[in-house]
Design a protein around this ligand. Structure first.
Ligand SMILES: Nc1ncnc2c1ncn2[C@@H]1O[C@H](COP(=O)(O)OP(=O)(O)OP(=O)(O)O)[C@@H](O)[C@H]1O
Ligand SMILES: [Mg+2]
Length: 312
């Protein structure tokens, strides 16, 4: 009987393109193994959109995070090695408390008291930086500014000339399908509209990586489905790396090009795989859900996450 991880790997390998198969051994899929034996993580996956010769959008090298209280030290993240590439849509799954948000905060430059190194586009990263955009669960828009002005805010702070700002805001409003809502204030928008404006704001400054921490978890099911369609289209147009934390395995299978599963206590990268359903971006969600591998992958991922949870 193959283990869940093996069957996930097999499903993934079955779909591997010639490009995948040509990858070096360091970039190959996980070797079949036991669920109880987390592998030592390597930067294993080469994003399909990375320009040859350019550094990854982001790299974490031997990153660990601990908190000290009195004499007791709790290791939250241990030896995280990760390379994120342009046009990756990375979905991060893992049990509650395994350190997903901590990892995102490290990438955002909000948590700096860590061991290890972080590089953004090859440069040392030591604090909040316009090269990293962040979208939170709650959109956090300025309530007194319109949709357009919220998107424009960072560009204005960066001293971008007015004509350029206008053009950029216009393009971004089109990208999030809110061309006709430029003048609405946040309280005049729906939750989904506010979240789209927050995404456009994160994209405005040509960031290399967009970090999203469960951005749709506060939305109702219908709005969430609509937002999943939007985010996929936005990602395709934006050409950036999206690092997207979710608890929703189906959402991860529909959106990602790459799936990362974390284990807890301490938080580690347990599995890092190309999404076996990653294929022609024209294939819609209905077709993905109808794929005969979808239910099995969903179950396998859920078991992988549950098998890696433990109370800290
Ligand atoms: N400031 C802090 N001091 C001490 N421990 C902390 C601090 N911030 C986070 N932690 C601990 O770090 C661990 C990871 O927290 P984190 O929020 O990153 O988990 P998570 O995977 O995002 O969880 P969830 O899925 O519930 O959002 C938790 O055990 C948490 O208690
Ligand atoms: Mg979290």
């Amino acid at each position: 009987m193959p283990t869940n991880l093996e069957s996930l790997n097999q499903a993934s390998a079955g779909l591997a393109s010639a490009e995948d198969q040509n990858r070096s051994s360091a970039e190959s899929l996980l070797p079949p193994g036991s669920l109880n034996a987390p592998r030592r993580p390597e930067p294993v996956f080469s994003g399909l959109g990375q320009e040859k010769g350019s550094p990854p959008a982001a790299e974490l090298i031997s990153v660990s995070l601990s908190y000290r209280r009195g004499r007791q030290t709790t290791v939250v993240l241990s030896d995280i090695n990760l390379s994120l590439y342009d046009r990756d849509f990375v979905c991060v799954l893992g049990p509650s408390g395994c350190g997903k948000t901590s990892l995102l905060n490290i990438l955002a430059g909000y948590l700096t008291d860590i061991d290890g190194r972080i590089l953004i586009a090859g440069h040392h990263h030591c604090g909040p930086d316009p090269k990293v955009g962040v979208v939170f669960q709650s959109p956090n828009l300025f309530p007194w500014l319109t949709a357009a002005k919220n998107i424009e805010f960072g560009l204005r702070m960066a001293g971008i000339p007015k004509a350029q700002r206008r053009q950029k805001v216009k393009n971004l409003l089109a990208m999030i399908s809110l061309e006709n809502s430029a003048d609405l204030l946040p309280h005049q928008m729906s939750g989904g509209m506010r979240q789209r404006v927050a995404i456009a704001r994160a994209l405005a400054l040509d960031s290399k990586v967009i970090l999203l921490d469960e951005p749709f978890s506060a939305l109702d099911a219908l709005t969430r489905e609509m937002m999943q369609q939007h985010i996929r289209n936005i990602w395709r147009q934006a050409g950036r790396c999206f690092f997207f934390i979710t608890h929703d395995v189906q959402e991860a299978l529909l959106l990602s090009t790459r799936l990362i599963v974390m284990s807890s206590a301490p938080g580690r990268i347990f599995s890092d795989l190309p999404n076996p359903l990653r294929q022609d971006p024209e294939v819609g969600f209905e077709a993905l859900r109808a794929d005969p591998r979808f239910p099995k992958l969903r179950t396998d991922l859920l078991e992988m996450i549950q098998g890696n949870s433990c109370i800290i």
